[in-house]
Write a protein that binds this ligand. Structure first.
Ligand SMILES: *[C@@H]1O[C@H](CO)[C@@H](O)[C@H](O)[C@H]1NC(C)=O
Ligand SMILES: *[C@@H]1O[C@H](CO)[C@@H](O)[C@H](O)[C@H]1NC(C)=O
Ligand SMILES: *[C@@H]1O[C@H](CO)[C@@H](O)[C@H](O)[C@H]1NC(C)=O
Ligand SMILES: [Cu+2]
Length: 668
């Protein structure tokens, strides 16, 4: 029998189905991000029910936590929990839709219209389209001519506008423009005074203002490309690399990562970027893995500028919910963004029309060996020279998100000692404001920033990042322990001391007792498992070790602060609730701050001996400096989650330093 065209395609379809029905089984995990196949399924289903639809967020709706935990405890049977769901935030005919999709049965479970305040994440495509509108808009062309600028050297960009008490808002952004003549660093050449407001649903300019003429800062000294540096500095640093002749010591199986004593799951999400799940650490004394963190990720960012002028006051961005921290992630450059021994992973997201798209090299995973000491001691009092040192090797997961002018580098670092160290670093460009001033002495008024070069003001602002840290310290039932280091008068008449400090432990009972502004008193914050103790009787826990501490300096009733309410405190604890994922709320763009961490915690729920989530807000108050111009050297801050009586003793006592690698004297 000769295959006809028809049964040939049936065979093809069968083969495709065969491949896809097997594909998810290998290394399958219920927390795996949606595959391109599943994203396609989402696109097809949603487009079948809505003709005119744009996709603003598509992500995994993960199974409920108890289901996942019981799946884990049954040794992850392959046939169970193959139940997959997607959550979609879409716009259909100028309305926001929340669509839940059952991927296993290929059907829409629910499709809800949201008519509350706020809008979903912007798509890259609509921002790009909006940014091109001024070039075809008569009054704008006139403004550019008036300034003697060349229109073909003008580039524009969209900015979200926040919310300042308006009752109803349309889905609009403002578009600001820059001059790229003579540089690729267009952020340093703002065309100040011009502002176009674009209605994104109608995709047209609905308001336009040309309020003032300000010199466009010059291009000289702004280009940062290596090829443009004359003369470049002599390289005084000689060549170097990292050698791992036997390959890395980690294993990546699907989305599961295993390294040294750690095991975790790593997923990419277009809203938050990397999600670390089910991190657990192997305890050699107990001969088992013990849970540390169920899920951890950057849940929201808040970047309020401190400039009151008409073109600037609304710049109070919530980067994850407005622009997508994952959506803005950039492909990592081998050997520069990550060391030469890094392994790269891809992520998938959907474009505005729902098409699955690959983000190549969105994460890198590497072992860090930088000559640091894990622990050491010299027995100076003993004869002979007893010295013991162990060198530190850690595992890093990295992502870089370029949200317009800023580059955020997020590192999740796992240490063999049990610590999880998170570092957030900033680089990229200042938000520069054009100015008439060329010297500080000329400035008499409030300019809201630092004159960083002639005609360039670096505007003051903050960066706050809220981390969602669902810790499960050796089980899900945890509590927050506040250990106050309290200065106390010495009343012992036999002691010549007048004072000492002691530790006063207090378990936070409700959400309000867990809200903490760090910095004013000595306090250790722990998440403890009150149901478990070490052999000598201490509660098992993990400590939150903050880096440098910053919280919002704005008034709590200021509109932008209501939206960025998670920056009111550095530490918050909530009882676990699957729908409380994003500290800025589900809808963030132009939202009124009615659905966010600050609001949820007003219920003052009980948090003692419960499955709890720790939220940590770290911050930078950024007073721009001349060194930040024309591109900012990396500035870092972070925190560490460190075992606190979790182990019976130092867990890296028996760990060896890495084997020395003999250099081959290669001469090619
Ligand atoms: C599609 O929706 C947009 C608003 O989201 C609306 O302006 C446009 O007219 C719609 N197009 C069709 C063909 O319905
Ligand atoms: C404007 O810029 C374009 C693109 O760089 C260039 O081709 C053109 O010659 C410029 N026009 C003027 C008048 O300088
Ligand atoms: C979970 O959180 C959402 C949002 O705060 C709330 O509406 C819902 O009632 C909560 N569910 C439970 C069981 O507390
Ligand atoms: Cu900054």
């Amino acid at each position: 029998m000769h295959p006809t065209k028809e049964n040939f395609s049936t065979i093809l379809l069968f083969l495709v189905l065969l491949i896809f029905s097997f594909a998810p089984i290998h290394g399958f995990h219920p927390l795996d991000p949606l595959t391109p196949f599943e994203l396609n399924q989402v696109q097809t289903l949603v487009k079948k029910s809505h003709q005119n639809v744009t996709f603003h967020y598509v992500g995994l709706d993960e199974p409920d936590k108890p289901k996942i935990l019981s799946w884990i405890s049954q040794n992850q049977p392959k046939n169970l929990l193959k139940h997959r769901q997607a959550f979609v935030m879409a716009r259909v005919d100028s309305k926001s839709h929340e669509i839940m999709i059952d991927l296993s049965n290929n059907k829409i479970l629910s499709d809800k219209i949201y008519d509350g305040n706020g809008y979903p994440m912007l798509t890259n495509e609509e921002q790009a389209t909006a940014s091109e509108l001024p070039h075809k808009y008569g009054p704008f062309i006139t403004s550019i001519k008036k300034r003697n600028l060349n229109l073909s050297e003008v580039l524009c960009e969209g900015f979200t506008i926040g919310w300042y008490g308006e009752e109803n808002t349309k889905r609009v952004i403002t578009v600001m423009c820059y001059y790229v003549d003579g540089t690729i660093n267009f952020y340093m050449r703002p065309i100040e005074g011009i502002m176009a407001t674009v209605d994104l649903d109608q995709m047209k300019i609905v308001q336009y203002r040309d309020r003032l003429m300000v010199p466009v800062p010059k291009a000289d000294g702004t280009d940062y490309r290596e090829s443009k540096q004359y003369p470049p500095f002599d390289t005084r640093i000689k060549g170097m690399t990292i050698l791992q002749p036997d390959g890395p010591s980690f294993i990546i199986d699907g989305h599961n990562v295993r390294w040294a004593n750690w095991e975790f799951h790593l997923a990419f999400d277009m809203r938050v970027g990397p999600i670390i799940s089910l991190a657990s650490i192997y305890d050699h004394d107990m001969n088992k893995y013990r849970s540390v963190m169920y899920r951890g990720y950057v849940s929201e960012l808040f970047v309020p500028y401190q400039d009151l002028s008409e073109e600037w006051y609304y710049r109070t961005f919530l980067d994850a919910g407005e622009f997508g921290f994952g959506l803005c992630a950039m492909p990592l450059q081998p050997s520069t963004d990550c060391p030469p021994n890094a392994v790269f992973l891809d992520g998938f997201y959907t474009t505005q029309d729902g098409t699955p798209t690959k983000k190549s090299n969105v994460f890198c995973v590497f072992e860090r060996y930088a000559g640091d000491i894990m622990w050491r001691h010299s027995e100076a009092a003993l004869p002979g020279d007893t010295v013991e040192v162990r060198s530190d090797v850690t595992l890093v997961v990295r992502m870089v998100s370029t949200v317009a002018n800023y580059d955020y580098i997020i590192d999740w670092e796992f240490k063999q000692s049990g610590s999880i160290k998170v570092t957030t670093s900033l680089s990229g460009m200042l938000a520069a404001k054009g100015s008439t001033y060329t010297h500080k002495d000329q400035i008499q008024e409030e300019v809201y920033g630092t004159l960083v070069a002639e005609n360039v003001i670096g505007a003051r602002h903050d960066h706050f990042l809220s981390f969602h840290l669902d810790l499960d310290i050796d089980g899900v039932t945890n509590s927050m322990m506040k250990s106050h280091l309290q200065t106390t008068r010495a009343i012992d008449p036999n002691s010549p001391r007048k004072s000492y400090w002691k530790v006063v432990d207090e378990v936070a009972k409700t959400e309000s007792e867990a809200k903490i502004k760090l910095g004013s008193s000595a306090i250790d914050i722990k998440v403890v498992n009150l149901n478990k103790k070490t052999k000598v009787g201490n509660h098992i826990g993990y400590t939150l070790m903050p880096g440098s501490v910053a919280g919002s300096l704005l008034w709590k009733d200021d509109h932008e602060q209501i939206r960025g309410g998670f920056s009111n405190y550095n530490v918050w604890v909530t009882p676990y609730n699957k729908s409380e994922k994003w500290a800025g709320g589900l809808y963030v763009d132009q939202a009124h701050g009615e659905d966010n961490l600050a609001q949820w915690t007003l219920r003052n729920r009980e948090i003692e001996n419960k499955d709890i989530v720790l939220w940590y807000t770290l911050g930078f108050h950024h007073v721009p400096l001349q060194e930040d111009y024309p591109i900012m050297p990396t500035l870092s801050n972070g925190f560490e989650l460190r075992p606190a009586n979790f182990f019976e003793h130092n867990p890296v006592l028996k760990v060896k330093s890495p084997k020395l690698v003999k250099w081959l004297n290669c001469s090619a």
